[in-house]
Every structure is written in structure tokens, then in C-alpha cells.
Design a protein around this ligand. Sequence first.
Ligand code: ZN
Ligand code: ZN
Length: 246
Amino acid sequence: MKLTVIGFLGGYPDHGHATSSYLLESDGFKLLIDCGSGALLSLEEIADPLKLNAVILSHYHHDHTADVGVLQYYWQLHEKRYAEPVLPIYGHTLDMESFKGLDWPKSTKGIAYDPDKALKLGPFEITFFKTHHPVPAFAMRIQEMSTGKVLVFTADTAYFPELTDFVKNADLLMTDTNFFADKTGQKWHMTSTESGQLAHDGHARRLLLTHLPAEGNLDRLKVEAQTTAGDDMQILVAQKHISVDI
Ligand SMILES: [Zn+2]
Ligand SMILES: [Zn+2]
């Protein structure tokens, strides 16, 4: 499977870069994971948004959902609109008001995922793990069924040790790394060193730092993460449109 970064910033878009959104492809199936601010513009540059097969949302913070509305209009109004069924958007139902917004006539249909059950979606099987965040948010462990390869996306979360089991042996671990190592005070996201620690303890094969801060030297994030991940860990820093074969 192939992961392409559509948007990688946390909180708000900046200097032409979108917030959380990732395109995961396998066997012609295109799954958009999160749909943050600026995601649709970024997606349009590399793929046809009408060719998406599904969208899945980790939680309903705006930096993960801001472009759902315009994606719904795109599917509703675009002149090229194919005679396909509506686009399914998977979300949790712990916030019913947000979940109901995933329905749009002749465009998209909200489909609930049950975080306690595995979800079969196209070529993928997805399991969920509730994270530590101010609103209900779910990390996703996505297995490509034909190969057994695993992508784990932490979604938004503070570091907590129970995550380690969930990320175990991921072929690619994609972590919320919104903070540099010296961040103090309340943290609802992980620091660079916590991301590295999680990858190390969970024996991830590769680490992709994402949900990045808009300010600061991102190379420093990688250097810091390497100190806890270990020298052997291959660490990538998310950038617009980089692709990773998993
Ligand atoms: Zn976020
Ligand atoms: Zn969030």
C-alpha cells in the first residue's frame, strides 16, 4: 500500500500547507484519512477527488474535518461527477452532531465505525484505540489484508504507555508530533521524543512524524525523535505530497 501526505500540520494551515489528511492506496482503492483545512486543494493537485472510495475521520476537531464540507459540495456539484454511489465517510458516533454532518444529499453518507470492532473497508482491515485527547479520538491500525502490512496512525493524542501495544510491529508508524521535546505544561499531543519512544518501544519499522507545528525548525524534531527511537530507526518528517510505500 502507498501512503501520500496531503496535509501534515496540526491546528491550522500555514504557508500553503494543509492540516491533517492522508491518502492511502491499495489495489486501486483510495482511502482518505482525515480531511483537514486545505486538504481538498492539496488532494486536487495529485488525484481526482471524485475517485476517492472512502473517507475515514479520527475525530471531529476542525484541523481533521474542515474540508469535509467542501468535499461534499465537490461531489455534489462538480460537472464531471460520475454516476457513482455517494462517498462513504466513516466516523465515530460519540459526537452525534458532528457525525450527522457527514451526510449530504446525493453526495456523501456518514457511516459509523464501532471502535470496539474491526472494520473491513476495501482492501483494509482497521482496528481502533481511543486516545488521550480533549474530545473522543481514535488511533487506527490499518492492515492491508493481501500483504499483512500495517500502518498505524496515532491520530491526536497525548503520550500514554498503553499505546505501545496498539502500535506494535507497525511497518509504518505515523505519529502526532505537534511539539518539540522541550514543551512543558498541558500536552494533548506528543513531543518529538515521545514519538521516538513510542516507535522504539513498539518496534515500529519506520516512523513518520506528522501533525507538525507550523513554527520552528522541523529538522530539529527529527533529531530529537532519533534520540529516543534509536539510531537504527528510519525517521521521516511529513511534507506535502511525499509518498511512502508500506
Ligand atoms: Zn489535530
Ligand atoms: Zn484534535
